[in-house]
Ligand binder design. Sequence first.
Ligand SMILES: C[S@@+](CC[C@H](N)C(=O)[O-])C[C@H]1O[C@@H](n2cnc3c(N)ncnc32)[C@H](O)[C@@H]1O
Length: 258
Amino acid sequence: MRFHILTLFPSFFDSPFQSSILGRAVTNGLVDIRLYDIRDYTLDRHRTADDYLFGGGSGMLMKVEPLARSIEAVRENVAQESSVEASQRAPVILLSPQGRVFSQAIAEELAVQEDIVLICGHYEGVDQRVREHLATDEISLGDFVVTGGEAAAVVMVDAVSRLQAGVVGDPQSVALDSHSSGLLQHPQYTRPRSFQGWDVPDVLLSGNHADVERWRRQQSLLRTLQRRPDLLARATLSKDDVKFLAEHGYSGLDGTER
Ligand SMILES: C[S@@+](CC[C@H](N)C(=O)[O-])C[C@H]1O[C@@H](n2cnc3c(N)ncnc32)[C@H](O)[C@@H]1O
């Protein structure tokens, strides 16, 4: 899978894409991350990528032409390396606090793409024509504003990359993570068994696999009920899950198995 990141600050990505699991995925060729410096696609000798707002107002806005030209460069690269169809298929995602809010479901939706183009805004953001005519999607990291789309791009590339086969050692662990299963993950412990009187629950040391699994499922349900009850409405729940939740005071289920 290839990510094509359009940015005014390519060096922002040096460390995140060279470290840890993502760095290994890049080295092993499981994920290909290409950076496009938007200034390379400007049209004047000052490499101007932003300009003042029509109508007045503070701040600078990223211009449409360099972005249009950098997207064209991505499409040409993809067309050469894959096919013209692949270059047309690639989603062009504008990172923006005004987009649909990123989630595990969106990460899964994007994980099947061969190429993804990410536009990192900066300053006041981008000219409206980028949104209307160049981007095919607009995604937000959440209801807050950061200074640039670069931080959001790192998060998205990470979340989508870890769904690629081979990026995370044990695919089972990805499937069991919070949100993948529709619930929050159960508590986890490692050695020592006891630290300052804080003990690991006995059931985890019992060696009884069925008991451990039941405890984990129930803890996962409880944690979700306590912290994110909104997730329960969409989760896949067994009859036992429904019964357990009802015993713990959850009244939002009609008792049917989904
Ligand atoms: C300071 S923000 C511009 C905000 C813009 N004036 C607005 O109110 O919608 C600059 C850039 O940071 C990125 N950005 C800021 N918050 C974001 C968020 N929650 N999710 C994704 N990108 C974000 C976008 O690329 C945006 O163009």
